[in-house]
Design a protein around this ligand. Structure first.
Ligand code: ZN
Length: 520
């Protein structure tokens, strides 16, 4: 109460003083004459202004002293902390001002200023959460990683700021490219807040990158529990992770575990082609051809794929080519279409039923002229005893035909030679699908693979010219990973155990393993 009254009195005094000063100025243009203790001062306009400033400063000091005086009186009256509170209040006010200025500077992108204010606030305030955060973020914005790390670590000491501290350190490690440390920090952050969505996503991608598939599955489960993932999405992603885990275990030599994981992945997502392929092989290894066939048929029905046909063939490796054609009926009838037509034609070629193969392939060479169709046509012509010129004609058309479906990333449209969980180009998770490529015309990288087939049949001079031409084909070098894709499906036919001589005859046309040995 007393303080308030004093403030009002002082304010009135200042106003009165100012009014008197202005009055004196207007009355005496030449200057102001002041008489103090028998001595007379005459002040010019500049000196008057200085005097006014000095007066104001004196008033400010007076007010401060008054505040101190009040505190002292309270202290004398028995209030032990009055004086210290007086100074404390001042410090706190200035400290909060510094913090406010600091965060504003931080938001404005002025790291230097923010850091200076942060340092000032740190001295004035006893609020480490607030000042440590400001300094850590300012230092990070300034690019002072060591200081940022030191202050983020200080944030770990307080329960309220521990999560933010871990997040700061995590962001630093990600930026610095330390995936191992980043993964540990993300795991810590997630134990502090299991439902924190950005951390879940970050940890999942760090674990996938590191090939820690079982860890990634746990994180995915956590994500699902926090209700962020619809059930089907969770199952599909978990299937992909389980499949990757299965492949990793198989590589380590843990065949039994790999088989169980593959079957689990297939159960979660029956339409995931690579999981169906691996699960079918696992069932076969366990001596269960029935479930193996079922698994392949279900996946084929969703999306026919050459690898599924290969897995289906592997269910009965010792059957004859004719038996195989018959057994494949139940598979191919699940999803009629070009893939089924091509597969049937390949099986019939292996069984030496060339007219049957021609009927099976139908007019695909006109409606969907892919490299594979053209190669099949060449094999049929060869089997039916057509001239080399005719066979070569089909193979030449294969060179300029489209590649047909490939594993293409939905995200970045990059083609992959084989399915993989993470796109090697854009890093997208589970983005590959078996679709027609964007590039459907012109000579392709895979087309060059067949060149030696023709070269082998040409006279030496022409062969040299063709080889020279091959060297000029830029795709042959630029896209090596795509080279073997197209060839695989055709291999499915010779893979079938057929009569020796027939295999030899066919090898002349479509022995692609031989082609690869030739180095192209
Ligand atoms: Zn991609």
């Amino acid at each position: 109460m007393f303080w308030t009254v004093l403030k009002i009195v002082l304010f009135l005094a200042v106003v009165a003083g100012l009014v008197m000063g202005v009055e004196a100025l207007t009355q005496q243009e030449a200057g102001l004459r002041i008489a103090i203790a028998n001595t007379e001062f005459t002040l010019g306009p500049v000196q008057m202004a200085i005097a006014a400033i000095v007066l104001l400063a004196a008033l400010w000091l007076l007010m401060k002293l008054a505040g101190l005086l009040v505190a002292t009186i309270r202290f004398i009256n028995g209030d032990d902390t009055a004086i210290s509170r007086y100074f404390e209040r001042n410090r706190r006010r200035r400290g909060l001002q510094a913090v406010t200025d600091g965060f504003l500077a931080l938001a404005a992108g002025e790291g230097d200023k923010a850091l200076t204010k942060g340092r000032k606030a740190e001295k004035l305030l006893d609020d480490p959460v607030l000042t440590n955060l400001l300094i850590a973020q300012s230092a990070q914005q300034k690019g002072n990683a060591a200081m940022a790390e030191e202050y983020y670590k200080r944030l770990l000491d307080d329960d309220r700021s521990r999560f933010v501290g871990v997040q700061g350190l995590l962001a630093q490690q990600v930026e610095a490219g330390n995936p191992v440390k980043a993964r540990k920090l993300a795991e810590t952050a997630l134990t502090l807040r299991p439902a924190h969505a950005p951390t879940q996503d970050r940890l999942l991608s760090l674990q996938s990158e590191a090939g820690d598939w079982s860890g990634a599955r746990k994180t995915l489960l956590e994500t699902s529990r926090s209700g962020r993932l619809p059930k089907p999405v969770f199952k599909r992603r978990d299937a992909v992770l389980t499949l990757m885990q299965a492949e990793a275990e198989a590589e380590k030599g843990n065949a039994a575990l790999a088989q169980d994981l593959a079957i689990e992945a297939n159960r979660e997502s029956p339409e995931l082609i690579p999981a169906a392929v691996m699960a079918a092989r696992a069932h076969v290894a366990k001596g269960k051809p029935g479930p193996a066939g079922k698994v392949v048929r279900r996946a084929w029905k969703a999306k026919p794929h050459p690898e599924l046909a290969q897995a289906y063939a592997a269910i009965a490796p010792d059957e004859s080519a004719v038996q195989r054609v018959k057994r494949f009926d139940s598979l191919l009838s699940e999803a009629p279409g070009p893939e089924a037509q091509m597969t049937r034609a390949e099986l019939l070629i292996a069984a030496e039923d060339f007219p049957g193969a021609r009927r099976a392939i139908g007019d695909l060479h006109e409606t969907r002229p892919t490299q594979r169709v053209m190669t099949i046509m060449a094999a049929i012509e060869r089997g039916e005893g057509s001239s080399d010129a005719v066979v070569r004609g089909w193979l030449a058309r294969a060179l300029i035909a489209s590649k047909g479906p490939q594993w293409v990333c939905d995200n970045c449209k990059h083609e992959h030679a084989a399915w993989q969980a993470i796109c090697g180009h854009c890093g997208g998770f589970d983005t590959l699908s078996w679709t027609e490529t964007a590039d459907t015309s012109g000579p392709s990288a895979t087309g060059t693979e067949m060149l030696p087939l023709i070269v082998g049949a040409l006279p030496p001079a022409e062969a040299e010219a063709a080889a020279a031409e091959a060297d000029l084909t830029p795709e042959a070098e630029t896209v090596p990973e795509a080279e073997t894709t197209e060839a695989e499906p055709v291999e499915a036919a010779p893979e079938a155990p057929t009569a020796e001589d027939e295999a030899r005859a066919e090898a002349e046309v479509i022995d692609l393993a031989q082609t690869r040995r030739m180095g192209l």
